[in-house]
Design a protein around this ligand. Structure first.
Ligand SMILES: [Zn+2]
Length: 220
């Protein structure tokens, strides 16, 4: 029975038996990159080079990547729906708030689509509608649908309401055939296609000063 040593966080640990070393590996407490050594070895070597260790097929992610779900919802303050929390703009919110917001967005989108399609039926108006469609969010970041549903578009960096330029950029993908459908279904994730190059983000007026909907912090 040889004595094994292993190193973690710059500290030497052991001695332990080969069996104990294998147990640590299967439990995920010894990682493939950890250095190990036993009598007779010229130098330390990564544990993954040992022949008789059965590594778990999936290693647990590093502790630093672990995210803590708060016990109460940052928006409504309730704890009731937090057992089913959802990620919204990188914040955990309760299921109720999450769907209240995404439903508003989707509803606003449908209202705009209906209004624009109706206007398209009117002769001579349909050319103007093309422009209106792209610029639909330019009225202080709100289209008709967004105003009715209490959401608006802001600049992700400054937090200012979106103008015509931003609206045009983020609504450009709407001109690609079938893209409006794809976008409509993808809204639930927060940012949508078009928000990327327009640097925009849709927020809920009711919680407009809340960190969840705040502008991104600018990193120098
Ligand atoms: Zn909530």
């Amino acid at each position: 029975m040889s004595n094994w040593y292993y190193a973690q966080n710059g500290q030497q640990k052991g001695p332990i038996s080969g069996d104990e070393l294998r147990t640590l590996a299967t439990q995920g407490q010894l990682r493939p990159d950890d250095l190990v050594w036993c009598e007779g070895m010229p130098q330390w070597q990564p544990a993954r080079e040992l022949a008789n260790i059965a590594w778990p097929t999936q290693q647990p992610p590093p502790i630093s990547a672990m995210r803590q779900v708060p016990s109460t919802c940052p928006l409504c303050g309730g704890a009731k729906h937090m057992d089913d929390a959802r990620l919204l703009y990188n914040h955990f919110v309760c299921r109720k708030c999450y769907y209240a917001f995404t439903n508003r967005r989707q509803f606003a989108y449908v209202i705009d689509a209906v209004v624009i399609n109706l206007l398209c039926l009117v002769p001579m108006v349909n050319l103007a509608v093309l422009l209106l469609c792209a610029g639909k969010d330019c009225f202080a970041g709100q289209s008709l649908g967004k105003a009715l549903c209490g959401v608006r578009v802001i600049d992700r960096a400054t937090g200012k309401a979106g103008g015509f330029g931003m609206s045009f950029k983020r609504n450009l993908p709407l001109y690609i055939p079938f893209m409006p459908l794809v976008i409509g279904f993808g809204l639930s994730k927060g940012f949508r296609l078009g928000d990327g190059w327009a640097h925009s983000k849709v927020i809920w007026n009711k919680y407009k000063d809340h960190p969840v909907f705040a502008a991104d912090k600018v990193v120098a």
